[in-house]
Ligand binder design. Structure first.
Ligand code: ATP
Length: 212
């Protein structure tokens, strides 16, 4: 299974977790092989794209046979580092943040929120969903070398200064749920998820691009 991860196009890399989840389910149900058509129906990616993606993984499906589920699973586990748990911190234990602290990311993923930060005295010092909530003042002392990912669920007006502190503390990736477009150095990766925009976009598409 030798390949160069850097050669996988970003669009393909983004679909990896989707493929992984489906292949893991197939494996759990005892299935040995899967066709690109079955995969396509399940993950809603067209089969030509799936074939192209899988060719980057060195998984060459055979006609009339499909892809080997065991091979794909071990490939995905290795590539997505599913064997090691990635520790994550969360800043802002409001409604959304609290929901994330209760959510079991380990179910489908290899990540786990291990600590949270807030400034509200009612929340600091508590334990929510098994996760300790610390004061934001303790951010720098609590974030050690092995923590590189943060989830940001704070009010928009405080998001930039907190981001600056996260970067200084060694955080390399931020999942940003605030509507702010954050400024970070080039080597820091930010993924933006604006739930209100996503919902609005879905409603717009339903209205203007009906599927039938
Ligand atoms: P809630 O109803 O609990 O206030 P919310 O998601 O509507 O939830 P927000 O105002 O978005 O509330 O704040 C989210 C969380 O971020 C709150 O728990 C708040 O205490 C916290 N927060 C606010 N300012 C900061 C800050 N500077 N650093 C860390 N956390 C903060």
């Amino acid at each position: 299974m030798s390949f160069d991860k850097n050669k996988i196009p970003q669009a393909t890399a983004k679909r990896l977790p989707l493929y992984y989840r489906f292949i893991a389910n197939l494996h759990a149900s005892g299935k040995q092989r899967v066709s690109s058509k079955e995969l396509s129906d399940a993950v809603k990616v067209d089969s030509a794209t799936i074939r192209r993606d899988f060719s980057y993984f060195g998984a060459l499906g055979k006609k009339g046979y499909g892809y080997n589920v065991n091979y794909l699973l071990s490939f995905f586990r290795q590539t997505l580092s599913q064997d090691e748990v990635v520790k994550v911190c969360l800043i802002g234990v409001g409604n959304l943040g609290t929901a994330f602290l209760h959510y079991n990311f380990m179910k489908n993923n290899n990540s786990k929120i291990v600590m949270a930060f807030d400034v509200d005295p009612a929340k600091v010092g508590t334990d929510i969903g098994g996760v300790p909530v610390y004061h934001l003042d303790d951010l720098e002392s609590k974030i050690t070398g092995e923590l590189e990912v943060a989830i940001l669920t704070v009010p928009v007006q405080v998001s930039q200064p907190i981001t600056d502190r996260l970067v200084t503390s060694g955080i390399k990736g931020i999942l940003n749920f605030t509507p702010a477009r954050l400024n970070v150095p080039e080597d820091i990766r930010i993924h933006h998820i604006d739930l209100a925009v996503e919902l609005q976009s879905l409603i717009y598409f339903l209205k203007h691009y009906p599927l039938s």
